[in-house]
Design a binder for this molecule. Structure first.
Ligand SMILES: [Zn+2]
Length: 231
């Protein structure tokens, strides 16, 4: 209470609020969490599932709302390193991340590349939608063992990861299903999804029907022709 916010950072999917005195607040939006900024006192649109309200200086309120409650807000006292950040992989835009480094990390790993990317311990912040789109763009079957990929494959993954994330950030993120913003409008921005959610529809590159595979409990969408399984 009454603490000054000294910095706001991001690592992977965590938003990091650094507070005066050294405490850290970690916010993970989960699948459906939102942080909404609104003038204090102005009645918010009828938003259910408001879990937390921060009263900011200057008459603003920062509201945390989460319909499905997969999100998290965690507080760490001064001097305590937030443990969840230990599990966060490298930032995809970091110049230290190279194809050679990724190939080295994946050496000997038999996990399918889709699960490996989604895990987040190697490259941070790649969710299910983007993992599907990255593998399609790179022409790689989602079940390929991570350790079987060449340095050239990793070069393509890295290039496509950066391109797709950059585009997604530029467009304000990707919304699926029946998302509505705080004014009740449908999501305004939509990265053009080439495979995600398109099972049975024609591939936009070759026309073959998009297939779906369940991997580690998550749907992987891919084109069997553009992303052939390696023998
Ligand atoms: Zn195709």
């Amino acid at each position: 209470m009454g603490r000054q916010l000294t910095d706001l950072l991001r690592r992977g999917k965590y938003l990091i609020f650094e507070l005066e005195g050294g405490a850290t607040l970690l916010v993970h939006l989960g699948m459906t969490g939102h942080l909404l900024l609104a003038p204090e006192g102005q009645p918010l649109p009828p938003l259910p599932h408001i879990h937390l309200v921060f009263h900011l200086e200057g008459g603003l309120e920062l509201v945390y709302q989460d319909v499905r409650r997969f999100g998290q807000v965690l507080v760490f006292p001064p001097g305590v390193e937030p443990a969840p950040l230990d599990q966060v992989g490298a930032e995809p835009f970091s110049p230290e991340v190279t194809a050679a480094w990724l190939a080295e990390q994946a050496r000997g790993r038999s996990r399918p590349i889709k699960n490996y990317l989604l895990d987040g311990r190697i490259l941070a912040g790649i969710g299910n939608i983007y993992a599907c789109e990255i593998l399609f763009a790179a022409g790689l079957h989602p079940a390929t063992p991570a350790g079987r990929l060449s340095r050239k494959d990793w070069g393509r993954i890295l290039k496509e990861t950066r391109r797709i994330l950059k585009e997604a950030i530029r467009q304000g993120g990707t919304t699926v299903a029946n998302y509505l913003n705080s004014r009740g409008e449908a999501g305004l921005f939509q990265v053009q999804l080439l495979v995600y959610g398109r099972e049975g529809e024609p591939c936009r590159r070759c026309g073959a029907p998009i297939a779906r595979l369940i991997q580690a409990g998550r749907s992987s969408f891919f084109c069997p022709k553009c992303q052939p399984q390696r023998s």
